[in-house]
Write a protein that binds this ligand. Sequence first.
Ligand SMILES: Cc1cc2nc3c(=O)[nH]c(=O)nc-3n(C[C@H](O)[C@H](O)[C@H](O)COP(=O)(O)OP(=O)(O)OC[C@H]3O[C@@H](n4cnc5c(N)ncnc54)[C@H](O)[C@@H]3O)c2cc1C
Length: 414
Amino acid sequence: MSSGEQFSAPSLKRETCVDLAVIGGGFTGCSAALEAARAGASVALFEAESIGYGGSGRNVGLVNAGLWLPPEVLIAQLGHEGGLRLIKALAKAPDITFELIDREAIDCEAQRKGTLHLAHSPNGLSDLEDRHRQGVALGAPLRLLDATETAQRTGSHAFFGSLHDPRAGTIQPLAYVRGLARAAQSAGAVLHERSPVSKIVFEKETWALVVGDYKVKARHLLVATNAYHLGISDPFRPQFVPVQYCQYATAPLPEPLGTAILPGREGCWDTALVMSSLRRDLAGRLIIGGIGNSDRPGGKLHAAWAARKLAALFPSLSRQEFTHGWSGRIAMTRDHVPKIVAFGPRAMACFGYSGRGIGPGTVFGRGCALALLSENHDSLPVKPLESYDERFTAARALWYEFGASLVHTTSARL
Ligand SMILES: Cc1cc2nc3c(=O)[nH]c(=O)nc-3n(C[C@H](O)[C@H](O)[C@H](O)COP(=O)(O)OP(=O)(O)OC[C@H]3O[C@@H](n4cnc5c(N)ncnc54)[C@H](O)[C@@H]3O)c2cc1C
């Protein structure tokens, strides 16, 4: 599928010295590079592959106004002050993202039509009622929709109701990250693709990076590699459980077939434990996703599940084939809260969005850049940690894949 924005940058071909070095060309790294360059710093960003190669170019495209966790759980985990600080920062994330898209004229199919969190069962509806109560208590403009209105908005009778969030919207994620990269470059940041960082050392009060055959010196350093972290274990390696999520896209739905399906173009995900997502793109494709790795030998079962799911949700699409399929890796933390780790002098890593990285990546990236340059951490969305550890990550990753495979094999209808 084509992305409106194109971007390319040369690999690093000389030694360089900058105020801020950023490792990773996803939402976090590109947002950081853009903000730092706009603040007048000299910035170099190094991407091992191409901009958007990681989760940023592979995701569903839902620009949410929060994390998976309901507010009361976040407050219980982070404390009253810490929880509210993160909730407020992320409530503004769609405003920040869509304003950035407008300001930088990023051609990324931005549709601010809200999202629908869909109740897949009566229990799912109770969960949404509780989320609605919690969100409204904090001033979120959420609306609980009954099964009839949900059916009108989705074109499917499979749901028991839904929670509408008008602050949210959808984008074409690869185009968005390329647009951020282009904007960062225009603001003066120097970006390098196919430039993997293989070594990081703190020497003589400066960060020294090895990038291909060249050495880079930087006063400040941001590691923004999230679930696609590659090759560096010292002085820092992000810890997370890698969870795969796959998606399948139809060809643009012909009319009148597509007329009734998500006519309002909300982005959707459901309340199931092994969740799934739905989005229509600007060309009219329907994109359906679920947990699981479509690239594995056993990945065909996820494609077969997606076809059955499509037919069950929308019987008129039972013959519709998928033209595209892909997978991406999510960095899940045990409490599902993103982490900022200040792992050395004037150095941070930012990771663990647990499947919510468009708005949060944009907000955390710019926040980390400004905190690093000002050497003041007070305005960050979460308090930076000195270190962060996750245990049994490989076993837990297998558990997610096994669970998704089991559900996708056994769910005959949905
Ligand atoms: C399938 C899928 C669906 C998702 N859906 C949504 C959604 O709908 N809404 C939402 O908000 N979030 C979603 N997410 C989460 C979101 O995509 C991620 O949280 C986000 O992309 C993380 O951005 P990032 O910039 O931190 O990392 P990434 O985009 O992963 O970028 C990291 C980059 O670092 C590079 N890199 C790694 N090591 C090195 C090195 N040594 N040297 C140089 N470069 C290096 C990688 O090549 C990679 O490009 C989804 C994620 C996936 C995988």
